[in-house]
Design a protein around this ligand. Structure first.
Ligand code: SAM
Length: 249
């Protein structure tokens, strides 16, 4: 990975080969339209939800970065995690954000000093087939793996990028705690409002179940691939973190 990955080029989302890893074209369009339209509102929520800054710092800390390291954030959205990654890698390192939604990347580029800071980079592309040359020291994905049809395959690719480094996932999913069960109905409403409309039946319980299945599959694959796995739950179990070191081959 180099700073030259930085740029506005569109990754080719159309030629996804024979495996069903990336978003289908309809879902990819829906994701970009949805997040593109709501980018300003999303950024407010992403930065100012109570206690979210502490959560983002914890996610960046779990990446175990040192000065000079290179980190990539998959599905970086408007870049709310990037300042924490940038602070950990320092001026000699690189914190690269990757997202499929052009307006989100443009927003991050505007609000962070990307052109003026060689240790920050942004690229538009598909996180399930990241256009990133490894190896990297850490891969972070927050609130994104539930959007992939085959999250375990995407996590495999992220792990392949980081031999000897860390991969960290943070995702929202229904709480498995018995005492939080009554709150799962409210969670379903939040999921409905924050789900791009092409994910059919988005007001249906099935969407919450699909999210749970995908997040569980992503975190399980990371646990299988990593050593020294750490897990944590926040917000009554609605937010799950899994992080671990990927063994070198
Ligand atoms: C819920 S937002 C999370 C953004 C950010 N990680 C955060 O914590 O604020 C999900 C983001 O994932 C991006 N995304 C969804 N599918 C993607 C894909 N296949 N490749 C890259 N980005 C994707 C969307 O564009 C959106 O910005």
């Amino acid at each position: 990975m180099t700073g030259s990955d930085d740029g506005d080029e569109d990754a080719d989302l159309g030629d996804s080969g024979s495996e069903r890893v990336g978003p289908d074209p309809e879902a990819a369009d829906a994701v970009q339209e949805f997040y593109g339209r709501w980018v300003g509102l999303y950024d407010l929520i992403a930065r100012h939800t109570p206690r979210i800054a502490a959560g983002r710092r914890a996610a960046a800390d779990a990446c175990r970065l040192s000065p000079g390291d290179r980190a990539v954030e998959m599905g970086c959205g408007t870049g709310a995690n990037l300042p924490y990654l940038r602070s950990a890698v320092g001026p000699e390192g690189l914190a690269l954000g990757l997202d499929v939604t052009g307006p989100a990347v443009a927003h991050a580029r505007r609000t962070l000093d990307v052109p003026g800071d060689p240790a920050l980079g942004l690229v538009r592309g598909d996180a399930t087939r990241p256009p990133v040359r490894g190896p990297v020291d850490a891969v972070l994905g927050t609130f994104v793996s539930g959007m992939f049809p085959d999250p375990a395959a995407a996590v495999d690719r992220w792990c392949d990028l980081a031999p000897g480094g860390h991969v960290v996932l943070v995702d929202a999913a229904p709480s498995r705690r018995p005492l939080a069960a009554p709150l799962n109905a409210a969670f379903r409403g939040v999921v409905a409002l924050s789900t791009p409309p092409t994910f059919r039946l988005r007001y249906d319980e099935d969407v919450t179940r699909m999210l749970d299945d995908r997040v569980t599959a992503a975190h399980r694959r990371l646990s299988d691939r990593a050593e020294a796995v750490a897990t944590a739950e926040y917000l009554f179990g609605f937010v799950r973190l899994t992080g671990g070191r990927i063994p070198e081959e």
